[in-house]
Design a protein around this ligand. Sequence first.
Ligand code: NAP
Length: 278
Amino acid sequence: MTDRVCIVTGGNSGIGFELCRGMAAAGFHVVMVSRGTERGQPALEALQTEFGDSVEMMLCDMSDLSNIPTLHAAFTSKFDRLDVLLNNAGAMWGKRENTAQGHEMTFGVNHIGYFVMTQTFLPLLKATEGSRIINTASEAHKVASLKLNDLNREKKRYSQWRTYGNSKLCNILFTRTLARKLEGTNIITHCFHPGVVRTRFGSGSSGLMRLFWPFFRPFMISSKRGASTGLHLALSEDAGSTTGEYWARSKRNRGNRHARNDDNANRLWELTEGMLDE
Ligand SMILES: NC(=O)c1ccc[n+]([C@@H]2O[C@H](COP(=O)([O-])OP(=O)(O)OC[C@H]3O[C@@H](n4cnc5c(N)ncnc54)[C@H](OP(=O)(O)O)[C@@H]3O)[C@@H](O)[C@H]2O)c1
């Protein structure tokens, strides 16, 4: 097997679907990871109409971390390389829910999901020359109020935006520490804001957000444009010349000061590892 291979999580919808299209168009064999066949199969068929067997589907619901080793086993039974991991599956939850492991759902899927996917596939990424890990983050990190002593937001009333913003800040902090931990390897990692994109995002929200979000849809950018920065990071020489950065509109972006706090980034890493050891 010599084809370059990539994984796109949340690949059946929105930005992820266009990431799959872009990677397939660039000549990669694409594993579109979907949480189920109901929404995965139609997306797979659409992609296969365009790209044939160079796109396939594997299943993994990230709200139960025990699915990730199963995905890894399915993947490694077919492939001995992973060139690009695109951690993209994510959402905003309108009310408090928990993952199978008892983590708050937004934090669990949007942050811990990326973390465990990356750790699980790291040996294969390390074994693949010039591999990349690209994480979909968001400008919503600017509404975060991340409390490292309350990552599951148990001490505060649930707020969908704050909790979502926290998880997207975690994506940026995770990317920074990951880059530091990958020093000495050839693996590049970056994260990006896709723009405000017309996807299914917001469909699980509640209250005013659920009511008014659809009115903004005509002003949002297409999923294709939303995926363009992610594809730039996965494919370009430009993005390959540095690592650990946050990007928007295919350009390096500073994010806010919380997104540049390496002490918090390192602490988040340790705390996440600790939660996974429990
Ligand atoms: N849309 C925006 O304006 C915007 C802005 C900034 C960042 N983002 C980020 O972009 C990423 C993609 O979102 P999108 O806008 O493309 O929304 P979307 O159309 O709703 O796509 C989200 C994808 O994530 C999957 N997903 C959700 N929960 C999952 C779980 N528990 N396990 C596995 N997969 C799961 C969804 O699966 P199902 O199809 O089964 O629901 C879907 O494939 C997210 O990380 C989001 O935070 C979006």
